[in-house]
Design a binder for this molecule. Structure first.
Ligand code: MCN
Length: 749
């Protein structure tokens, strides 16, 4: 934009330090802003409305302390990013280093350095999920499997980094914020509160958003700072996150630790699960929900699709000197699925059973649904056994076992792994209320507007960031209105134009936005039929809409003509007939706790025991997301999710050293799976419609990521089943894999 200025941030090099002073060279005074210069802003209070939750407000720029490497300390403004970065290099930040704690277990020990002085220890929140009689199970169960499991820290790696551009529009007298966000309306609320502006003076525009994977669901301090600077400086201000900043200080995810015991009988029936779940949530709570969703979702989804009625899980969300935690595709559930599915396989090994048979023995049956789990989730509809059998056939288990028995000429070990998940999607009011959320995303809304030529605008409260919603939402409207898709335009993202909505996360869009669009279209249809019937001198009840025409027995009129009359020739309509062809609707599904899609992943690997290299030979997914609106997009969602899950299983990690330095801050160190690492993933679907949604659709956006880590690691474990080697940590890097073989004294031939 003309006159736009660019921002570069000065960031902390220490994981934990007292901020003693900031020195700016005299020539750059006025170009460098610190917390002291950002007056009149209100740090947002993040987290649930829960007294037990300890608050950790995230200052836009550090005040008296820094608590992770990469935390922003000052913002430098110049005509170009390069100049701003040069200025940032001249700023001297005086920091007095403090002891840092990076490990969640260590952070809970007595004497651990405290992140937030007013807290008694480093726990944001402790929780529990319990049901049944675990003491009795503990006493009587014939088999007990105890394991410690870890899913390490990742970033969201969307192709396009964050971006924010803010300016004051003097004509409209409002602050305009272009923001790469998944939730424009929530962001507007946050910016307005932060800046102390009425919401009508803040307009957020999310243009095309190049991926988010959950990471762009919450605004981060750098974005708030840019908005504050635009007000202060009176010119457009922009910051575009570079990849290193993404690794350092965008939201982080996963970082789960499980210490679990699974109890079973000798036939492989699971009797109960107990233990501890720790989530390492980093230094601050991001607005609005804070980091608590991870632990609670992990605990409540741990029983997955299994008939486990005794449960005793304790959770702790822990503060450490790492970057703050946000949401990443799957939230909590990839870790939970990894933990329970690894235990299921370890149980099978213990009992000398085929892992698939243990799953067969424990799945909730279709006839038992709706089924209330021990964690108080309602598995609504589904046939879990059916997808399991499909996956077994797709991967050809018999043939893989034969190949495994024959052995490989090159000495590599073959393994096959399965995982199964049930994924809560499209959750509404009840679920958010259960979490004491300060923003309860219980519904979404849409406006359908027919223009004078009969073409259609969908204004959706939802936000698209790569899931193909332009296509699927238009498909729904085209079907409901009986018009061609080419006559429909879908608009998202501009809070000045679109109706209120909560944005895209939690695989909710097709359920909520799809439902709202269907509802609005059905109302609009009624209006069109009424006008069409009048123009045809017929009864609305005897009209139909077919291929863009209103048809009454043997006569018809084009919808475009109906639209023209409705807009421009109201004298042709009877007095009082509503002519405005625009309808808004909001929608929440009948089951506000969410509907559960599900799937089975099956992976075949060849592992080189000398180098620890894992090659994925085959990968199959059998899944059910209810009615599919666009099977091609659903396949894309599953395959993309699996690719990310393979990343979790084998490659992606932000490791920190003992002093709290992150040791992967470029793609040189942070590996993501690329084409050679991802096999041709085969996907098949069964369709068991939900009863609580408009078309029987369930969400699908996250399932791929949830099932994959467990299936891949189970496949590796299967390859070395006889050795007793333990593979309980992701990513299973060659180093970790070889170390596990060494510990099990696996003999290399
Ligand atoms: N769909 C369908 N039939 C169904 C279910 C879904 O045709 N029964 C289609 C939908 O119309 C939509 C897509 O599949 O186009 C995903 O739908 P849904 O499950 O409703 O998920 P959301 O649209 O709410 O997307 C969010 C979800 C999440 S939570 C993350 S994170 C995520 C994801 O989806 N981030 C993504 N997929 C992503 N895909 C891309 N390319 N980029 C991201 O950042």
């Amino acid at each position: 934009m003309p006159g736009m200025r660019e921002v570069a941030f000065v960031r902390s090099q220490y994981a934990h330090a007292r901020l003693v002073g900031i020195t700016v060279p005299p020539e750059f005074e006025g170009c460098v802003f610190t917390a002291a210069g950002l007056d009149d802003v209100h740090i947002l209070d993040a987290g649930p409305e829960l007294d037990a939750f300890r608050r950790a407000p995230y200052p836009p720029l550090a005040t008296d302390r820094v608590r992770f490497v990469g935390q922003s300390v000052a913002a430098c403004v110049a005509d170009s990013r390069a100049q701003a970065e040069d200025i940032a290099d001249t700023v001297q930040v005086q920091l007095e280093e403090l002891p840092a704690v990076v490990d969640a277990l260590a952070a809970l020990e007595d004497g651990a350095c405290k992140l937030h002085e007013s807290w008694p220890d480093n726990a944001y929140l402790r929780g529990s999920v319990a049901s049944g009689d675990m003491a009795a199970i503990r006493r009587s169960a014939p088999v007990r499997i105890t394991r410690k499991l870890k899913m390490n820290r990742q970033v969201t790696v969307h192709l396009e980094g964050r971006g924010v551009l803010a300016y004051w529009d003097h004509r409209l007298d409002e602050l305009v914020i272009y923001l790469s966000t998944q939730s424009p309306h929530t962001a507007r609320h946050g910016f307005a509160r932060f800046l102390g502006l009425p919401e009508r003076k803040v307009r957020v525009i999310a243009p095309d958003v190049g991926g988010g994977f959950g990471g762009k669901g919450r605004p981060i301090p750098e974005e708030f700072v840019v908005a504050a600077l635009a007000l202060k400086l009176g010119c457009p201000v922009r910051w575009v996150e570079d990849r290193r900043e993404h690794f350092l200080a965008s939201i982080h995810a996963r970082d789960h630790y499980y210490d679990l015991s699974l109890y079973a009988d000798r036939q492989g029936r699971i009797l109960g699960v107990e233990g501890d779940i720790l989530v390492n949530a980093g230094a601050y709570a991001l607005w609005p929900p804070g980091p608590i969703g991870e632990a609670s979702l992990a605990a409540r989804n741990l029983p997955g699709p299994y008939r486990i009625q005794n449960l005793d899980l304790r959770t702790v969300t822990v503060a450490t000197n790492k970057a703050p935690m946000g949401a990443y595709r799957g939230v909590g559930r990839p870790g939970a699925c990894f933990a329970i599915e690894r235990l299921v396989d370890e149980l099978a090994y213990e009992l000398g059973m085929e892992p698939v048979d243990v799953r067969r023995a424990n799945l909730v049956l279709e006839s038992e649904m709706p089924y209330r789990t021990a964690a108080d989730q309602i598995l609504d509809t589904g046939n879990y056994g059916a997808v399991l059998e499909h996956a077994v056939r797709m991967i050809d288990l018999v043939q893989v076992r034969q190949r495994q028995a024959r052995g490989e000429a090159d000495g590599r070990k073959i393994g096959v792994g399965f995982s199964i998940y049930a994924e809560q999607t499209g959750h509404g009011t009840a679920e958010w209320a259960k979490r004491n959320a300060q923003i309860n995303s219980g519904y979404d809304s849409a406006t359908i507007r027919m223009l004078p030529d009969g073409s259609v605008y969908i204004l959706a409260g939802i936000q698209n960031h790569g899931q193909g919603l332009e296509t699927t939402l238009a498909q729904i409207a085209a079907t409901e209105l009986g018009v061609d898709m080419s006559s429909i335009a879908v608009r998202f993202g501009d809070t000045a134009e679109i109706p209120f909505g909560f944005g895209t996360f939690g695989s909710r869009s097709l359920i909520f936005a799809g439902g709202a669009i269907a509802k609005a279209c059905r109302e609009l249809r009624k209006k069109i039929r009424a006008i069409g019937a009048h123009l045809l001198s017929s009864d609305p009840e005897r009209t139909r809409i077919v291929d863009g025409m209103v048809v009454a027995e043997n006569q018809s009129i084009a919808m475009s003509e109906v639209a023209r009359v409705a807009h421009f020739r109201p004298e042709k309509l009877p007095p009082g007939m509503p002519a405005r062809l625009e309808v808004s609707a909001d929608y929440e599904p009948d089951e506000p706790g969410g509907v559960f899609s599900y799937g089975v992943h099956a992976a075949v690997v060849a592992v080189d025991p000398w180098t620890g290299k894992v090659e994925l030979l085959d990968y199959a997914v059998a899944e059910d997301c209810g009615t599919m609106i666009n099977p091609m997009i659903v396949d894309g969602q599953v395959i993309g999710g699996v690719a990310q899950g393979i990343g979790t299983a084998l490659y992606e990690e932000i490791p920190y050293d003992d002093t709290g330095q992150p040791t992967a801050t470029t793609f040189g160190d942070y590996l993501v799976p690329c084409a050679p690492e991802v096999p041709a993933i085969r996907v098949m679907h069964t369709v068991t419609p939900a009863t609580a949604t408009t078309y029987g659709q369930k969400g699908v956006g996250e399932g791929g990521t949830i099932g994959a880590p467990a299936a891949v690691v189970n496949a590796v474990a299967d390859a070395f089943r006889e050795s007793g080697a333990q593979f309980n940590e992701t990513p299973l890097t060659p180093r970790r894999l070889c170390a596990a073989l060494d510990r099990a004294q696996f003999a290399l031939e």
